[in-house]
Design a protein around this ligand. Sequence first.
Ligand code: NAP
Ligand code: GLV
Length: 307
Amino acid sequence: MLYLYTPDQPELYSRLLQEALPGEAIACWPQEVDTAAVTHAAVWAPPAGFFSRFPNLRTVFVMGAGVDKLLQRNEVPQDVALVRLTDAGMAQQMTEYCLIGLLRYQRQMDRYAQQQRDRQWKPLDTQLARDVRVGLLGLGELGGRVAQDLVRLGYRVSGWSLRPRWVENVRCLHGEAGLRELLPQTDVLCCVLPSTPETRRLLDAETLALLPDNAALINAGRGSLIDETALLERLDAGRLRFALLDVFAEEPLPESHPFWTHSHVIITPHVAADTVPEEAARQIAANLRAQAAGRPMTGVVDRRRGY
Ligand code: NAP
Ligand code: GLV
């Protein structure tokens, strides 16, 4: 039996999963079931103690791309496979989100907004896409697709990953030395990295200082990637043009946080790339069938790496 827990549209997910898996027994929280019959769970943000109810759990499907919260809780037994969504409709949204910041930078919408406030009619120098150096942190399912989309639109894209990667027409760098090479040559830095012990506060005062003056920052990965105090200091010093932030160290962003009112910060409430229910259900169903047939599943999390 597949047991579903999602705070968001549980009826819709139940229906879509049942349609995608017609022969499968599917139940949804808080339905009472024979817990021993549950072999698979599909979850987003389940309550504490959720997994311990199911002694015969084999696989947990996470209904999102990131598994940091679940891994931190350390409640999914080691012998249970943890499987996340790969793209599933999120990659295009991630490109769109990065483009919001990228176009704001390239077409100087932040500067024109200021000029409008000042009632100033002053065309600024044209900047073409090919003049903008994009640094993409993360070249996985989402970052890899963002890189390809941005290349197609004419931007000069460099990407960074843990292991060596190859993406057509993207300068691919990896590891510590790669980051140090990428940052000084970046006008717009887009973060699409997972939260792991290694990526925590990757962008601190020291690494942020490697960016050229007047660069812009987009974070759609996780809030833990950035030392928020260091980011504020850099913005306040006028060294960073703006930051477009979707994710934060604490979510929801506390009411008293200085980001809310900062004139060079744009905030969205963790919506850069939302799970698409139809795609999620399709992918979970395909993985469940693959597992039953002894074929590999997509999106199996490597718990040692943490993503
Ligand atoms: P993914 O396929 O696992 O890709 C992760 C990328 O990050 C890979 O390129 C990986 O390198 C790289 N990476 C991981 N640790 C690294 C390190 N220490 N140093 C350098 N590179 C490192 O994940 P994804 O599906 O693209 O998703 C990425 C993240 O986006 C998710 O984990 C989640 O946090 C975030 N997300 C946010 C939203 C939102 O709405 N804001 C929505 C969906 C996802 P390798 O290629 O070498 O493995
Ligand atoms: C959302 O942040 C996700 O990880 O899917």
